[in-house]
Design a binder for this molecule. Structure first.
Ligand code: ZN
Length: 135
């Protein structure tokens, strides 16, 4: 895996949270995107080379809605950039990790993504993401 691509933070209200992160980071949100497959609205921020993704649920069955119910607002996942997501997925499977997605799926910010079950990663939901190059 390459660097940490972004840190995902679950929030109840995206607008309110965006205002807070804009004022804290001293920079504007550069992208707002809805990911229907995950039931989330996302807002992305840059802090130097790093990115923060704020996530708000779009409906009550969204994984973010469930996370907020159980754990409240806070860090939801850490995303690692990978060059070849299929290769990383099969490597992790062979190491005994449980993946939450059989196949990579289309995530926010022009990425193919796959989540790793937090059970085997000390409670941290890990996202693999590979940038989609030409389209
Ligand atoms: Zn993410």
């Amino acid at each position: 895996m390459n660097k940490i691509e972004h840190i995902g933070i679950a929030v109840k209200n995206l607008q309110e949270a965006s205002d807070i992160y804009e004022s804290m980071l001293g920079t504007s949100c550069y992208k707002i995107e809805t990911v229907d497959s995950e039931g989330v609205n996302t807002a992305f921020f840059r802090a130097g080379e790093n990115k923060i993704e704020l996530l708000e649920a779009t409906h009550a069955d969204s994984p973010i809605a469930k996370f907020l119910e159980k754990r409240g607002e806070g860090i939801h996942h850490i995303a690692f950039e990978v060059d070849d997501i299929l290769q990383e997925m099969s490597r992790l499977r062979s190491e005994g990790f449980v993946l939450l997605n059989e196949q990579p799926k289309l995530g926010a910010d022009n990425k193919l993504v796959c989540f790793v079950h937090p059970k085997a990663t000390k409670g941290v939901l890990v996202e693999l993401c590979q940038e989609i190059k030409n389209r």
